[in-house]
Design a protein around this ligand. Structure first.
Ligand code: LLP
Length: 404
């Protein structure tokens, strides 16, 4: 992404032309960035060639998942819907892992039928339910158990999952109970220990602590696991002030762990694969001067991109056409929704904007469209995939007729 002749450019896309053709707001993704992210991710951990299961919750667009699949990635899913979309994208069941604290019987039935790689259970009750279904259907089901390592991921509280007060995974006691239960079951094949301590992690140290806790519990168990699923959580740089996750260090602690434990590693990355590939392009509808600041009222809103309203998350916001005239007033970028949290960002010295100008909200490929809703009965935006100079519609804009 760069400015060429003062125009914001991704691959060979001309945003003004795209906006004219498809309307605004629109999500667009860069194929070459996606490819670069996947290759980098593989390169970072190539010494032990992990199975990389893309966390579908970060982006559920079937056409993007199809592209991701072509690089050999599997899928991490957390609901029947996500499992169905991963299969629809052509991901083989033997590369799909199913996580989540509340899988229903019908979801488990479906997953068992499809013979997916692993159902990562998160409670003893879930294991008992899997066993009941498997026995009834005379099957042997491959499962994992998600361990809660009580590790602080040093990320936002709302997206931290590995501390004992979080609902995810099981504690040591339950872990051992589950291992014993599985030993005595003819219908369960306990293959995996999984962990996932949170999202948007930029410090490698919590991962080190997590692996220490995993090592400790493995030492206390005589069960031989085939897989250790380390989850996802690798953070990206939303702002220049963010740290950069040190993959070398993370890789080093895993390699050290593997000296002792002969297992296959699984990762479940979402954000680090798709986050920085996406942009949300929006048009300024009105500019309202409120004395101290100016409200830049956009045609995109919190229903299109929830992260700022939900977590106070920051996303860089850039003008599509650059000029050197700077506004003397602070700009607050807001959407048209009837909520005061419907705002994206506040910027002190943004370039002067006019009504109808286009702006780009950056790094929205992960948890952008997948968290979108029809709040205020607003149709969901169109999604486009940019491949060089080619623009592919990968999901059309929702029509009012579909939601009214
Ligand atoms: N595996 C499990 C079990 C997860 O719960 C998650 C994310 C992932 C993998 C993928 O994590 P990633 O590599 O994308 O960090 N909506 C929030 C993020 C919630 C993450 C939930 N779980 C946000 O917009 O920041």
């Amino acid at each position: 992404m760069k400015y060429i002749n003062n125009r914001l450019t991704v691959e060979k896309a001309n945003f003004q032309r795209i906006a004219k053709r498809f309307g605004t707001p629109f999500y667009c993704y860069s194929y070459s960035k996606l490819k670069e992210n996947i290759n980098k991710f593989k390169e970072n951990f190539k010494s032990f060639s992990p199975l990389i299961c893309f966390a579908v919750k970060s982006n559920t667009n079937v056409n993007l998942i199809k592209e991701i699949k072509k690089f050999g990635l599997g899928a991490d899913v957390v609901s029947l819907g996500e499992l169905m979309i991963a299969l629809k994208a052509g991901i083989k069941p033997n590369k799909i892992v199913f996580s989540g604290v509340g899988k229903t019987s019908s979801e488990l039935n479906f997953a068992i039928n499809k013979k997916i790689l692993l159902i990562n259970a998160e409670s003893l009750s879930e294991i008992i339910e899997i066993n009941r279904i498997a026995k009834l259907r005379n099957k042997k089901v491959k499962v994992g158990v998600r361990f809660n390592p009580n590790t602080d991921a040093k990320t936002l509280n709302q997206i931290s999952t590995g501390k004992k007060e979080n609902k995810f995974g099981v504690n040591k006691n339950t872990f051992h109970k589950i291992v014993d239960f599985c030993k005595n079951s003819k219908n369960i094949d306990l293959k995996c220990l999984s962990v996932h301590i949170g999202s948007q992690i930029l410090d490698h140290k919590p991962y080190g602590k997590m692996l220490k806790a995993v090592n400790h519990i493995l030492d206390k168990s005589d069960h031989k696991f085939e897989f250790i699923d380390l989850g996802g959580g690798m953070g990206i740089n939303y702002s220049n002030k963010d740290k950069v996750l040190n993959y070398k260090r993370y890789n080093a602690v895993i390699k050290n762990f593997l000296k002792k434990h002969k297992v296959k590693i699984i990762f479940e990355p979402g954000r680090s694969i798709i986050g920085n590939t996406g942009m949300l392009i929006s048009k300024v509808i009105y500019i309202k001067d409120s004395g101290r600041k100016k409200f830049i009222i956009l045609d995109a809103a919190m229903n299109d991109l929830m992260r700022p309203a939900l977590y106070g998350a920051y996303h860089r916001t850039l003008p599509v056409i650059k000029s050197n005239k700077i506004s003397n007033k602070t700009y607050e970028f807001v959407g048209p929704i009837c909520e005061s949290t419907d705002k994206f960002t506040t910027v002190k010295k943004f370039q002067k904007l006019e009504e109808k100008d286009l702006i780009a909200i950056c790094d929205v490929g992960a948890y952008g469209m997948s968290l979108s809703s029809n709040y205020n009965l607003r149709p969901k935006p169109i999604e486009l995939l940019i491949k060089g100079s080619k623009i592919n519609v990968i999901r059309r804009r929702q029509k009012h007729a579909e939601i009214v």
